[in-house]
Design a protein around this ligand. Structure first.
Ligand code: HEC
Length: 131
């Protein structure tokens, strides 16, 4: 039908805008840029950082062990801060692994709270969303 052609061409720009937005969001996550941080919640920022930086070793699901690192869902702010920034553990904390494979990632200093928000939420989200 002719009417369908009109509809199809009208929706195309909208789809393009949506796709471009998706790409832009990925770039913001990679750069951990502050420009869009008002738009995202701490948990969402933490998830982006987790996926960009931590997934390689800890796996896509933080409540399960990754290929290299242990499960870290539910990790406390103190633990994340010590391990990520300094490669250490909070006083009295019993590490899951005795190794020292994970390099300190001090450039994430501004995002420790975001990572904690995400990892805390991930601890309670097991098998909820199936995706
Ligand atoms: C190069 C691989 C690698 C990357 C990247 C990595 N980790 Fe790790 N992580 C490990 C390994 C391996 C351990 C186990 C201790 C060790 O060998 O350092 C660990 C341990 C931890 C622990 C302590 C777990 C416990 O309870 O003992 C936390 C918390 C942690 N990682 C958080 C993170 C976060 C958050 C990120 C991303 C910002 C990250 N890691 C990125 C490999 C990695």
């Amino acid at each position: 039908m002719l009417a369908d052609d009109t509809d199809g061409s009208a929706t195309l720009p909208a789809v393009r805008r949506w796709a471009a937005g998706g790409v832009a969001l990925g770039v913001v996550g990679a750069a951990a840029c502050s420009e869009r941080s008002e738009v995202l919640t701490a948990e969402q920022r933490g998830e982006q950082i987790y996926r960009n930086v931590c997934t390689t070793c800890h796996g896509i699901e933080p409540d399960q062990p990754g290929v290299i690192g242990p499960a870290i869902a539910g990790a406390s702010l103190e633990l994340i801060e010590a391990k990520v920034l300094r490669g250490e553990y909070p006083p009295g904390y019993q590490p899951q692994r005795p190794s020292r494979t994970m390099p300190p990632l001090p450039h994430l200093a501004d995002h420790i709270a975001d990572l904690a928000a995400y990892l805390q939420a991930a601890a309670g989200a097991t098998a909820v969303d199936g995706s």
